[in-house]
Design a binder for this molecule. Structure first.
Ligand SMILES: [Fe+2]
Ligand SMILES: [Fe+2]
Length: 271
């Protein structure tokens, strides 16, 4: 079972550039093309699908994502609006009724959860009592679980993004600790950053659009046109969960040897 994650596409109105500079639609389209080559079993977009919640923005995002061959689930980010996401994506965002855009699936012994962590209009994320109860219930059996969410539920050591404190962090920790959660795969911070927290690993994925350099220490917050990436979560009975970070734009490939079946078991050393 291979579950790919993309995040933070921040689509703006058709024919416009994000901050007059970046073609976010091209970034998402490139990720979709790469995903179609990788051919995962499921794709999860962890939010900030569009930049400003506009209908035309969702129309463009839906058009680009309709090219995806694999089944798709979407979670809302702080730049999204739930009603507009429902209107644009229907069952791809909400598998059950209720105010929140959570999803839950079971596949090959793995519980796959999508947790809605937004509070509309706020940059910071939140887990309220209702969503914490939903999470506790889904994790009650303590089976191996992979949880997707837009916001990391804890600080990640990032000077700019940590300013926006997640509300309900203790509720999230209580629901997750000791419940078989292998990983909380998030977006929001536009960088590859990981932290051990509440007995699991919180792992943020790079964006399909722009990145926020994680090593930036203080100073003026900004973005960088650094490589976009996809996270590939590979679940197998033999290995459990293995996670690969795959660049959206692969570099040129060069075989080690002309013979693909060459024997690589020995390591030659120089005289
Ligand atoms: Fe974002
Ligand atoms: Fe965000």
């Amino acid at each position: 079972m291979r579950i790919a994650q993309i995040t933070d596409s921040h689509i703006v109105a058709p024919g416009t550039l994000w901050k007059d500079r970046v073609d976010m639609a091209a970034g998402l389209a490139a990720a979709v093309a790469r995903l179609n080559e990788i051919a995962p079993d499921l794709v999860v977009h962890t939010g900030d699908v569009v930049d400003g919640g506009g209908e035309a923005q969702y129309g463009l995002a839906a058009e680009i994502l309709s090219e995806l061959k694999a089944p798709l689930r979407l979670l809302p980010g702080n730049h999204d609006l739930r009603d507009r996401m429902r209107a644009a994506f229907g069952r791809q965002v909400a598998l059950s009724d209720g105010p929140f855009l959570n999803f839950a699936e079971e596949a090959e012994g793995l519980t796959i959860l999508g947790l809605d962590t937004i509070e509309e209009g706020q940059t910071a994320g939140r887990l309220c009592a209702e969503r914490a109860a939903w999470l506790r219930e889904r994790l009650a059996r303590g089976r191996p679980a992979l949880v997707f969410a837009h916001h990391p539920p804890c600080p990640l050591g990032l000077p700019f993004m940590d300013r926006f404190t997640f509300r309900g962090s203790e509720l999230a920790a209580e629901a997750i600790q000791g419940r078989g959660v292998l990983r909380i795969a998030t977006g929001h911070v536009h960088a590859a950053v990981e932290r051990h927290w509440a007995g699991t690993l919180v792992a943020a994925c790079p964006a399909t659009g722009v990145q926020i350099p994680p090593a930036q220490d203080g100073g003026w917050p900004g973005f960088a046109l650094e490589p976009a990436a996809i996270r590939l979560h590979d679940w197998s009975p033999a290995l459990g969960l293995t996670v690969k970070t795959v660049p959206v734009e692969p570099g040129p490939f060069h075989p080690f040897e002309a013979d693909p079946n060459a024997d690589f078991s020995g390591t030659p050393h120089a005289e």
